[in-house]
Design a protein around this ligand. Structure first.
Ligand SMILES: Cc1cc2nc3c(=O)[nH]c(=O)nc-3n(C[C@H](O)[C@H](O)[C@H](O)COP(=O)(O)OP(=O)(O)OC[C@H]3O[C@@H](n4cnc5c(N)ncnc54)[C@H](O)[C@@H]3O)c2cc1C
Length: 396
């Protein structure tokens, strides 16, 4: 596979443009099963041609690009409107296994994860443990060379079609909080695993409730030491809130241009009030891109995102909600239609985005939790009467 890490920005852009012109698979199908197969096939094409994992080590199948070239990569992908991956879990679980796993685990899981031959999900939340994640109760009981895992996870994105779950379990006594958590890779096809799809307000079934009933997990599938899973969990949440969003920053540059085009089509581009809101979106998209690069730089230097991840997650969630609110306002009365209404034509995507982004200030930790983390860990403010931050989804 060719090493592109020493190319200039222009050379990389030219090579990628040529590749995309020759291999672009076209528009994604709407049917969920066809869409998933289509997205996976595109990831295989990218991997087999050496265009996967721009920032990942070459040893494990990535491209090992320096930061400025990663920015070029994401920009060209966004401009070409290529299909997005089936989920962004690879950019959440992958760095965790790279940072916390053993070489055997990296060898076993990273290349198929990058090629999307195996899909992962992230099994953290439980019915009674969301923001207060360290109170989780899914038990893992040691049994020879294995653990026997029993419990319930909820809101798990992609769980219904995932092959593996990065799962937080309790191995310490009840009430041991962060000190008694162990991180395991659970085979979603193992006996005792059941995933029931949950439908959301977009009409899609993107997440599921997962029941684990005496599931046998080899000790070799433990990520990090027993009772030290919270360290891995914090790192994972940091990646989820930050580096996994860096490509989205680039994509939103393009979406912002589409929004400007919508304002022109609707004859509202000269309205002073609309112009003011458009300016906020354009500025927000830039800030998002730069914040993404800032955190990527930190991770590439060997650090973890830390509390900066909460800043980016909050920025990202509120930005994409605001962008879609403006789009719906620009659509006027059409903004009240069902996204699938033929009268909308391609503008249905704005309404689907509007519905989808309602969850952007909940998933990966709510905005309230991000604000508390920022107040506490970034600004050093007193957190008042809120529950102690160490018991919540803080990414410290
Ligand atoms: C689209 C989407 C995808 C998701 N995917 C996954 C996934 O793949 N894997 C996974 O494990 N989970 C996933 N989740 C779950 C998500 O992590 C939780 O919903 C989130 O952490 C909040 O937990 P909760 O729903 O239990 O709400 P709760 O924790 O019960 O919070 C309810 C309300 O109370 C507020 N609150 C709670 N504690 C505090 C506090 N200390 N200070 C101030 N306010 C507080 C919250 O901000 C919120 O407004 C997903 C959620 C969504 C929406």
């Amino acid at each position: 596979m060719s090493d592109r890490s020493a190319l200039t920005a222009d050379q990389l852009a030219a090579e990628l443009q040529a590749f995309l012109a020759a291999h672009h698979p076209g528009r994604m199908p709407r049917d969920p099963a066809e869409r998933l197969a289509f997205q996976k096939a595109w990831q295989v094409t990218l991997f087999d041609n050496g265009w996967s994992g721009p920032g990942w080590p070459q040893r494990w199948g990535g491209m090992g690009l320096p930061l400025p070239l990663q920015a070029v990569y994401h920009r060209e992908m966004a401009l070409a409107r290529v299909p997005v991956p089936p989920n962004n879990i690879a950019t959440i679980v992958g760095p965790t296994i790279l940072a916390r796993g053993t070489d055997e685990q990296r060898e076993r899981w990273i290349p198929p994860l990058l090629r999307y031959d195996e899909l992962w999900c992230q099994g953290f939340s439980e019915p009674d443990a969301g923001s207060d994640l360290t109170s989780l109760r899914t038990r893992a009981v040691p049994d020879g060379d294995s653990y026997r895992v029993t419990g319930r996870k909820v809101w798990i994105s992609s769980a219904a079609f995932a092959d593996w779950m990065l799962c937080l379990t309790r191995t310490g006594p009840a009430g041991s909080g962060a000190a008694g958590i162990t991180c395991l890779a659970v085979d979603m096809h193992a006996p005792g695993v059941r995933a029931a799809k949950l439908r959301d307000m977009t009409g899609g079934a993107h997440f599921a409730e997962v029941e684990l009933d005496d599931v046998v997990v080899p000790v070799a599938h433990r990520i990090g030491a027993e009772n030290e899973g919270w360290t891995a969990a914090r790192a994972t949440m940091g990646y989820e809130r930050s580096t996994s969003l860096s490509a989205a920053g680039m994509r939103y540059q393009r979406v912002t241009r589409d929004l400007l085009e919508l304002a022109r089509r609707r004859g509202l581009a000269d309205d002073p009030y609309v112009r003011d809101r458009l300016a906020q979106v354009v500025t927000g998209a830039r800030l998002l891109e730069w914040s993404g690069q800032r955190v990527l730089a930190r991770v590439l230097e060997g650090g973890e995102p830390g509390p900066l991840a909460s800043v980016i997650r909050l920025q990202h969630g509120t930005f994409e909600q605001g962008l879609h609110e403006l789009a719906v306002d620009l659509l006027g009365p059409h903004g009240q239609l069902d996204p699938a209404d033929p009268a909308l034509e391609r503008d249905g995507a704005w309404l689907r985005g509007f519905l989808r982004t309602r969850a952007s200030t909940i998933g990966a930790g709510t905005s309230e939790i991000q604000r508390t983390t920022i107040a506490d860990k970034v600004l050093g403010l007193p957190v008042g009467s809120a529950p102690p931050i160490k018991s919540t989804r803080s990414s410290r």
